[in-house]
Ligand binder design. Structure first.
Ligand SMILES: Cc1cc2nc3c(=O)[nH]c(=O)nc-3n(C[C@H](O)[C@H](O)[C@H](O)COP(=O)(O)OP(=O)(O)OC[C@H]3O[C@@H](n4cnc5c(N)ncnc54)[C@H](O)[C@@H]3O)c2cc1C
Length: 1011
């Protein structure tokens, strides 16, 4: 039995999907040793199979791949693939994780990923990564960017459906990597804490025979359709249907397959399907404009940030047709293999419609085997649907020392999974704080080669990006052209330049060809530049001898209809980039020390949670709250639907904060000014006692949002027209019987929300209505409650409260946005609504009309955005660095956020986001020093006239005028403050101000190439 005994400073992360990968990277960056256990041959999970991600339509693999490579390269992460956990025992600080490592039959250390084994392998099997839509060999690599980048041999099936040990691969393998005799191996790992991130499984619709899945070839699941869309998928991104490989015209998506379905035991909502359906339909339409997409839905749950706008765009720009209906049956036309959908339309009429392809939008679920494994074998509590149980105030805690995150906890989209992953890491970091750094390895790079006196020897790596680039541009022609450019000594194409094997290739080629400068012609430097820079460092080159040019977004994507011209443009861009690269010089990155303290702005539940999490990790905090007391919006909440004792939570959290010696609380205070840079900020805090100065390494912003007070529906004019919050407060003071039999409450959802003035869903209002409706029914079951809604956003397990409300007799009436309800006053309040199913105008006499209003960004958002130079979105909420993969980071280094200032959210969501922000902040605070921004400005003193133009445009106050002995003035750049924005260099009238990496002598040759 193999034993890994790293102990208390080590953590086992179980599951290598995006959640496990994020937890592992955060912990490794904070100074912990991580064992990342993944049962399949590669990390990446479901996200690796997606084509693009909503609402930004980023290529999923493109944004995931750098993270996977980071994991593989991180000196503090040990990847254990094909390893399945069998037992977890122990207590916080001392756990033993037992696991079984299945044989791969190919030695990862020896495999060069050349593919020779696969080329001679005679056995063909359905490719499970492509859901059987294509075939693979028994010796195979799951997908081109797989990590670890090694082949394996499939011996799982029986008879001819597995490797038959013919020996051909063994003979062909030059690395001597094949070992057919390998056996499963038990291993135990000693760790201080465990994170469970083993995900969940897309629902298998075979058990719903009415949909004809697996019976009719043209019925696919949504995850299969992701592969159809993918440029690296079975049909190379061409939308064709499986039966005849012809392009379908009419495609139908059916929502809620295996979700919101009592029959299959999955009564919850899977939370992301409405949005990924819209995404799939939009992308399908982008691939083929002839496609006519139709979506059959129950509610459109666009409850996330910018989701409503995305759906609007899908309808208006891509012509998505939405039909509100449940599908009763799908049948097949045997001759054409088209599918006939029988459904009830919004008028209640039974209809039939023909489609060429049907996609079932399946939810995520926990199969029975997993439920048994979790509950019986590992002894964890699971909910009615088999998901691991956590609680709302400790959303990632399973039991002391064991945490869970991602779709293992609840079906959810990527940003929520990533936040929970970081939150789990924060909890571990607090638990094991004394062991932080005890097991870390420093990454050692070779000494940098001095290239200053060498003639440029440029290597150009040109990326196919599957067919993203290669499907449009003529890559062979581009390679040939590039080879002939001056100083280019090497040019070649790669299927995926970001894959791990290409990183190895880059290092090898740099060494073999003695390259001293590199060009990568691929996608955006925003996501990929750090990856390639790291490869340069591994090859002993200064990382700034790299230049990227974006031939995907700027060529193949925007000019996909003009491949020849796009190819010419790509050649030109590469030629220009080579011209600049020739003049690149090494840049020395200076190190800046880190002040191990944090400033937290906002003392609501998010701010307090972040402060406590950081203090638990051993850092000092200043917590600044403008009101006289801590607690924020929580003071307004009387009760929650999931039974959080809000008063207790508030009292206990405030007490913990106030008692914590590492947290200094400033109430009735505001941050008046701030200067500095990551690692070294100084703030001036205006307190009742005067100005206090505080120096700190990071900033966390948690300033919340504000209740919107409506101006419609006679609010403020009629005493019985209330907001949900006002009703909640009244209800919290009532006792059973204090509401009369037959008393009528009519609730109107989306009041002044999801419209042109406030084009976003506030996420919490539907649950607020259901919570109050249930409370009314609890106080008097004979009271009547009507909820008038557009789409009920009871996502995830919240769906159960919607079901409970219906069971208790709460009436839900849907209305169309263009026929909003109206309220009429007189002797009694009357609410008029047009009910689309009945096609009737209804009048509801009401004792109370309750308005569900959304949240507005806080008044302080704008001034704080200005002071910290952090962006807001068009709705006025703070804008994250990357919607999917950096959901608590600002693009400004060292600044993070959590809670409602990001977008409206529930208490549990604010808590885990706050813990996530603390984890991300801790990846900085745990460093002794940080590399300063390399591409900073500098002054050529001989040319500077001291005019001060640069000072007036510098947004970071990084430039001063200094007086010289001759009485003249010169500009001087503070290297630590400069963020390399280039404003000064662009405006300097004498050309004295230059920017490293963008000097005139580097930019001008590029421009000359355009002529
Ligand atoms: C069709 C579809 C489309 C989607 N589109 C989007 C989208 O556009 N945008 C978006 O935000 N979200 C989307 N999602 C949701 C997104 O895929 C999930 O939020 C995310 O992948 C969850 O990541 P995870 O790491 O929690 O789980 P997973 O990706 O499932 O990873 C879990 C990993 O754990 C491993 N594992 C399981 N058991 C064990 C064990 N016992 N030991 C070791 N390892 C184990 C698994 O093999 C797997 O690799 C989509 C989901 C589907 C189904």
């Amino acid at each position: 039995m193999a034993k890994k005994t790293d102990g208390i400073g080590a953590v086992a992360v179980i599951g290598g999907g995006i959640t496990g990968v994020q937890s592992a990277l955060d912990l490794a960056d904070m100074g912990f040793k991580v064992f990342l256990l993944e049962k399949s041959p590669t990390i990446g999970g479901v996200m690796a199979q997606l084509d693009k991600t909503f609402p930004t339509n980023d290529c999923s693999m493109c944004i995931l791949s750098p993270k996977l490579v980071d994991c593989a390269r991180h000196p503090n992460i040990e990847l254990l693939t094909m390893t399945e956990v069998s037992n977890i025992e122990g207590e916080p600080g001392h756990f033993t994780v037992s696991a079984v490592r299945k044989p791969r039959y190919i030695d990862i250390e020896k495999c060069t990923s050349c593919g020779d084994c696969a080329s001679v392998c005679p056995i063909k099997l359905p490719n499970e990564f492509e859901f059987g839509l294509s075939m693979r060999k028994a010796a195979y690599r799951p997908f081109p960017q797989a990590i670890p980048n090694a082949y394996l041999i499939d011996k799982v099936g029986d008879g001819k459906h597995r490797c038959v040990e013919c020996g051909k691969c063994e003979k062909e393998c030059k690395a001597n990597a094949i070992n057919h005799k390998e056996k499963p191996e038990n291993c135990t790992i000693s760790v201080g804490a465990v994170i469970l991130a083993a995900g969940s499984t897309p629902f298998d619709p075979v058990i719903k025979p009415e949909f004809g899945y697996k019976k009719y070839p043209n019925v696919l699941t949504s995850i299969e359709f992701e592969r159809v869309l993918s440029a690296s998928g079975p049909f190379e991104g061409k939308i064709i249907r499986p039966s005849d490989k012809k392009p379908p015209k009419k495609i139908a998506w059916i929502h809620c397959v295996g979700s919101r379905d009592k029959q299959v035991g999955n009564e919850y909502c899977s939370a992301m399907c409405c949005m990924y359906t819209a995404k799939e339909a939009i992308i399908a339409k982008e691939h083929d404009t002839n496609i006519e997409p139709t979506v059959f839905y129950i509610d459109i749950r666009s409850f996330g940030k910018d989701f409503d706008k995305y759906i609007d765009r899908a309808k208006k720009e891509q012509g998505l047709r939405y039909v509100r209906s449940r599908i009763s049956e799908i049948t097949e036309d045997l001759k054409t293999r088209d599918l006939i959908i029988t459904y009830e339309d919004d008028k209640g009429h039974l209809k039939q419609e023909r489609f060429n392809l049907v996609v079932l939008s399946v939810g995520l679920c926990v199969p029975q085997v997993r439920r048994n494994e979790l509950a019986e074998k590992l002894g964890f509590n699971v909910n009615d649907f088999g998901f691991i149980e956590t609680n709302s105030v400790d959303p990632v805690l399973v039991k002391p020392g064991i945490y869970a995150a991602g779709s293992f906890v609840e079906p959810q989209a990527i940003p929520e999974s990533v936040m929970q992953a970081s939150a789990a890491a924060a909890n571990v970091a607090a638990l094991l704080k004394d062991a932080r750094g005890t097991l870390v390895k420093e990454k050692k790079y070779p000494t940098e080669r001095n290239v200053a006196l060498e003639r440029p020897r440029i290597g150009v790596f040109i990326c196919h990006c599957g067919i993203n680039i290669g499907g449009v541009l003529n890559i062979d022609e581009i390679v040939k052209y590039t080879k002939n450019l001056d100083d280019v000594v090497y040019a070649d194409a790669n299927l995926y330049t970001c894959s791990e094997d290409t990183q190895k290739k880059i290092v090898d080629v740099i060494k073999k060809q003695n390259l001293n400068r590199l060009v990568v012609a691929a996608c955006t430097p925003r996501t990929h530049e750090p990856l390639f820079k790291n490869s340069l460092r591994e090859a002993g080159l200064n990382p700034h001898l790299l230049e990227m040019t974006n031939i995907r977004e700027q060529c193949s994507w925007v000019h996909s209809d003009k491949p020849a011209l796009a190819t010419e443009k790509a050649k030109k861009l590469i030629q220009m980039t080579v011209a600049k690269t020739r003049f690149l010089q090494p840049i020395c990155e200076s190190q800046i020390p880190v002040t191990e303290k944090a400033l937290v702005i906002g003392g609501g539940i998010a701010g307090m949670t972040s402060a406590l999490s950081l203090a638990d990790q051993g850092y000092e905090i200043a917590l600044v709250e403008k009101e006289p007391i801590l607690g924020g919006y929580l003071h307004n909440i009387a009760f929650t639907v999931d039974g959080i004792d809000v008063k207790k939570l508030l009292k206990e959290t405030v007490e913990k904060v106030e008692k914590n010696k590492l947290i200094k609380v400033f109430t009735k205070s505001v941050v008046h000014s701030l200067h500095g840079y990551v690692g070294n900020f100084t703030s001036e805090i205006t307190t009742p006692k005067g100005i206090e100065e505080f120096t700190h390494g990071v900033i966390l912003v948690a300033i919340g949002a504000e209740d919107y007070k409506p101006t419609t529906f006679h609010y403020c004019k009629e005493p019985k027209v209330l907001t949900q919050l006002e009703l909640e407060n009244r209800l919290s003071h009532l006792r059973p019987g204090q509401i009369h039999n037959g008393e009528v409450f009519v609730m109107v959802q989306c009041v002044e929300s999801r419209d042109s003035a406030r084009p976003y869903c506030s996420r919490i209002c539907c649950m607020q209505a259901i919570k109050n409706a249930l409370k009314i029914k609890e106080l008097n079951p004979y009271a009547e409650v009507f909820i008038l809604y557009r789409d009920l956003m009871t996502y995830g397990f919240r769906e159960m409260y919607y079901t409970r409300a219906r069971e208790k007799g709460v009436m839900f009436l849907q209305y169309d946005v263009d026929k909003k309800p109206t309220v009429h006053t007189g002797n009694r309040l009357i609410v008029k609504i047009h009910e689309p199913m009945l096609s009737q105008d209804l009048e509801l006499p009401a004792d109370y009309v309750i308005l569900s209003t959304g949240l507005d960004p806080h008044d302080s958002t704008k001034p704080i955005s200005k002071m910290l130079k952090i962006p807001m979105n068009s709705d006025g909420f703070f804008l994250e660095a990357h919607v999917k993969l950096r959901p608590v980071d600002f693009s400004t280094r060292g600044v993070f956020f959590a809670g409602n200032c990001h977008m409206p959210k529930f208490i549990n969501e604010s808590i885990y986001q706050a813990q996530a922000a603390a984890a991300r902040a801790s990846t900085i605070l745990s460093q002794r020093s940080l590399s300063a921004e390399p591409n900073i400005a500098f002054v050529n003193e001989d040319f500077c006239s001291g005019c001060g133009t640069c000072i007036s445009v510098c947004p970071y106050q990084a430039i001063d005028l200094i007086k010289l002995e001759d009485g003249k003035s010169r500009a001087k750049v503070n290297e630590a403050l400069c963020m390399g924005c280039g404003s000064c260099a662009a405006t300097c009238p004498s050309g004295a101000m230059q920017q490293k990496g963008f000097k005139d002598e580097q930019i001008l040759p590029m421009i000359e190439e355009t002529t």
